[in-house]
Ligand binder design. Structure first.
Ligand SMILES: Cc1cc2nc3c(=O)[nH]c(=O)nc-3n(C[C@H](O)[C@H](O)[C@H](O)COP(=O)(O)O)c2cc1C
Ligand code: SF4
Length: 603
C-alpha cells in the first residue's frame, strides 16, 4: 500500500470532517472504507492530524467491529447473525459461500481477496437472510444469490459494477396509522411550533408544554417522559445545548427506524428542529448505525435541501436568533453505542463505553453541554404533536401510553414488515394481522425485552404492560426456544463492552453454560446457576445491556423449561471442566502414568 495514498486519504477525511478529536471515528471509518482496513501507518497519520495520542486512536479503532486493523480482504462480507437470519438458513448460506470461495469464516483468504465474517444484526430481518459487502446491504439471500456474489468476487468485479438489483432494500409498510400516513410538508411543524410559542406568554416553553400534554413517552424502549427530559435540559444554564437523534437501531429484531430514515427523514429532522426550538439548542446530530451507512447520502441530501429552504442553519424559517444545524455521524458496528451515554461518548470520538450517572445527559452530555438523546420515532411523534396538537395525539393509545407504536414484525409470519398500531393492541391482534400461525412464542422488544408464550397473547403492547422499542419476533411450533435463548446469550457475550465485571464475566459464563447444556453435559445445578447469574447481572451491571442480558434465558426457562430439561443428562452436578482429560495431557507430556498422576491416586 502506497504511504502517499494513505496520507492523502487521511487528509481528505480530515478536510471533510475537521481536525477536532470528536471526528476520530469518522476519519477512521473513511480510511476503512477506502482500504478495507486501517493500517498502523494510517493510525499514526490520524493521530498526528487530530493531535491525539496513538493509544487513543488504537483504542478506538479496536473497539468498533467495522474498523479492521488487519487486512480484511478486498471484499469484506459480513453475514447478519440474528436469530431471524438463522431461521431463514443464513448459517448454511455462509458455509456455501465459504466453500465456493475456499475460505474459513473469519479468516481472510491468503490472496487477500475476501473475508467472510459474522456480525450480530444488520437490521433487515423482514428480508432475512442478509449481508453487507463492503458496507453495501444485500438482502433476501438464497443459494442462487450467494453463487452470483461468489462469481462476482472471484472475477474481482468492482462493487460499482455489480448488478444493481442485488442491492435493493425493500421497505414493507403493512399498516399505516397517523404517523406513517401523515403527509407533512417541510416546515409545517416548525411553523406550528412558532405559532404556539407566539400565542401566549410562555414563549418556547409552550412547545415543551404541548409535548408534556401529549404525554409522549420515548419510543426507544425504556419509555422516558420526553417532555420532562427536554424541560430538564432546557433548565440547565448553558451557552450551548445539543439535540441527538439515536438512529443506532441495534436491538435485534428492530428495523422501523430504517423505514423512518428512508421514507420519512423530513419528519425526523422536523422533530429534531422542534426539539431544538423547545430546548434552545443550536447543534444537532443524527447518530446513524454503521449498518445503515448506505442511507448516509440520502439523509445528507434531506439536510442540504432543508438548508436551501431555510429550515436548517441560521434564522430558521425566518426566525431571527433561531439557528440550528445537524450533522450525521456514522457508527461502526457496536450494539452498546445505542445506549444514550455510550452514544455520546462515541460521538465525541471515543470508545462507546456507557458513562457513570449522575450527571445525566440533560445536565452534562455532548462535550459537557446539556443534551437530549431521543429515538428516531420519538422525534417523528414530537413533530406531529406540534402540528396537530396534544389532544389529537392522545386520541390513539391508552391513558398511560398515548399515540401509536411502530412494530418491526419478523420471524414466522406471512407478512413481515412495519406495522403502526395504537398502543393497547394485543399480541394476538398483531399475530392475526401479520399472518402468523401455530405461534408458540413472541420475543417482544428484542433480546433485551420479553419473551412471552401462548398464555400471554392477550397482553397489550403498552408501557403499562408489554414495553417494546419495536421488535416483534414470531416463533412457531417448529422452533426450539432453548436454541433461541442460546443464540441471544451469545449475542450479549459478544456485544458486552467489557467495562464492568458482572457483565463481562456474567455474559460469557451464561453463553458457556448454554453451550454446555446444548452439548448434553448440563445438570439441574446449571439451570440454577443461570437463574442466579441473571439476577446478578440485573442488579450489578453498569448499564442496560448487562441488566437485560439474562432476560431471554430467564424468560425461556420459566416458559419453556422442558426444552432445557430434555438436554440435561445429569440431575446432579456435572463439572464444566474435565479435570481427568487435562491430567491425561499432563501425563503424556511428563511421561508419568503412576497412580499418583491419576485422580484419586496416591503420590
Ligand atoms: C445496550 C443498549 C442499546 C440501546 N440501543 C438503542 C437504540 O438503538 N435506539 C434507541 O433509540 N435507544 C436505544 N437504547 C436506549 C437509549 O439508551 C435511550 O434510552 C433512548 O435513545 C432514549 O430515547 P427515547 O426516550 O426517545 O426512547 C439502548 C439502550 C441500551 C442499554
Ligand atoms: S453492563 Fe456490559 S455493556 Fe454495560 S458497561 Fe458493563 S460491560 Fe459494558
Amino acid at each position: 500500500m502506497d504511504p502517499a495514498d494513505l496520507e492523502s486519504c487521511v487528509d481528505e477525511a480530515v478536510e471533510r470532517w475537521g481536525s477536532e478529536s470528536t471526528q476520530l471515528l469518522q476519519v477512521l471509518r473513511e480510511v476503512q472504507e477506502r482500504f478495507n482496513h486501517v493500517p498502523p501507518a494510517a493510525m499514526d497519520c490520524i493521530a498526528a492530524r487530530l493531535h491525539l495520542p496513538i493509544s487513543r486512536v488504537r483504542g478506538v479503532a479496536h473497539f468498533y467491529e467495522f474498523i479492521a486493523t488487519e487486512p480484511s480482504g478486498a471484499y469484506r462480507v459480513l453475514f447478519s447473525d440474528n436469530v431471524t437470519d438463522r431461521m431463514r438458513g443464513s448459517s448454511e448460506l455462509l458455509q456455501r459461500m465459504c466453500h465456493r470461495l475456499w475460505v474459513e469464516p473469519g479468516k481472510p483468504s491468503e490472496d487477500g481477496l475476501v473475508c467472510v465474517e459474522r456480525t450480530s444484526f444488520l437490521g433487515f430481518c423482514d428480508q432475512a437472510p442478509s449481508l453487507l459487502v463492503n458496507q453495501q446491504p444485500i438482502t433476501r439471500l438464497d443459494a442462487a444469490r450467494i453463487d452470483v456474489i461468489c462469481e462476482l468476487i472471484l472475477a474481482r468485479t468492482p462493487l460499482a459494477a455489480w448488478p444493481a438489483e442485488l442491492f435493493g432494500v425493500e421497505e414493507q409498510v403493512r399498516r399505516e396509522g397517523p404517523l406513517l400516513s401523515d403527509r407533512l410538508q417541510p416546515g409545517d411543524a416548525i411553523r406550528a411550533a412558532f405559532a404556539r410559542a407566539d400565542r401566549g406568554s410562555a414563549g418556547t416553553q409552550a412547545v415543551l408544554d404541548e409535548i408534556k400534554n401529549a404525554r409522549l413517552l420515548g419510543r426507544g424502549g425504556a419509555g422516558f417522559t420526553t417532555g420532562f427530559k427536554w424541560e430538564s435540559c432546557r433548565r440547565q444554564p448553558a451557552e450551548q445545548r445539543v439535540v441527538i437523534c439515536n438512529a443506532d437501531e441495534g436491538e435485534p429484531g428492530t428495523f422501523k427506524d430504517r423505514l423512518l430514515l428512508t421514507r420519512h427523514a423530513e419528519l425526523v429532522v422536523e422533530g429534531m428542529t422542534v426539539a431544538a426550538l423547545g430546548i434552545d439548542a443550536r447543534l444537532g446530530f443524527i447518530y446513524l448505525r454503521g449498518e445503515y451507512r448506505y442511507l448516509l447520502e440520502s439523509i445528507q441530501a434531506v439536510l442540504a435541501r432543508r438548508r436551501e429552504l431555510g429550515l436548517l442553519g441560521p434564522g430558521i424559517a425566518g426566525r431571527q436568533g433561531f439557528d440550528f444545524d445537524i450533522q450525521v455521524h456514522v457508527g461502526a458496528g457496536s450494539y452498546v453505542c445505542g445506549e444514550a451515554s455510550a452514544l455520546v461518548e462515541s460521538l465525541e470520538g471515543k470508545r462507546g463505553i456507557p458513562r457513570n450517572r449522575p450527571p445525566r445527559l440533560a445536565e452534562k452530555g455532548y462535550l459537557g453541554w446539556p443534551t437530549i438523546v431521543n429515538n428516531v420515532e420519538t422525534y417523528c411523534a414530537a413533530a406531529l404533536i406540534q402540528l396537530h396538537g396534544a389532544e389529537w395525539f392522545c386520541r390513539a393509545g391508552t391513558p398511560r401510553s398515548s399515540g401509536t407504536k411502530l412494530l418491526s414484525v419478523s420471524g414466522d409470519c406471512a407478512r413481515p414488515g412495519v406495522y403502526e398500531f395504537p398502543f393497547g393492541v394485543t399480541v394476538r391482534e398483531v399475530l392475526q394481522e401479520c399472518g402468523a400461525g401455530r405461534t408458540i412464542a413472541v420475543q417482544c422488544g428484542g433480546p433485551s425485552g420479553k419473551c412471552i408464550d401462548q398464555d400471554e397473547f392477550d397482553r397489550r403492547i403498552a408501557f403499562e404492560d408489554l414495553e417494546t422499542g419495536g421488535a416483534f419476533i414470531v416463533f412457531d411450533e417448529g422452533r426450539d426456544m432453548f436454541e433461541v435463548a442460546r443464540h441471544f446469550a451469545h449475542f450479549f457475550a459478544r456485544e458486552s463492552c467489557g467495562f464492568c465485571t458482572p457483565c463481562r464475566v456474567g455474559t460469557s459464563l451464561l453463553s458457556r453454560l448454554m453451550d454446555k447444556i446444548s452439548e448434553g453435559r448440563g445438570s439441574d445445578r446449571d439451570l440454577q446457576t443461570i437463574e442466579e447469574l441473571q439476577q446478578l447481572l440485573h442488579g450489578a451491571s453498569h448499564c442496560g445491556l448487562g441488566e437485560s442480558a439474562g432476560n431471554p434465558l430467564a424468560d425461556t426457562l420459566q416458559r419453556f423449561r422442558p426444552a432445557y430439561e430434555r438436554r440435561l443428562i445429569a440431575h446432579g452436578v456435572e463439572p464444566a471442566f474435565d479435570l481427568d482429560g487435562a491430567l491425561a495431557r499432563a501425563r503424556r507430556m511428563t511421561g508419568r502414568d503412576d497412580p499418583g498422576a491419576h485422580i484419586g491416586g496416591t503420590a
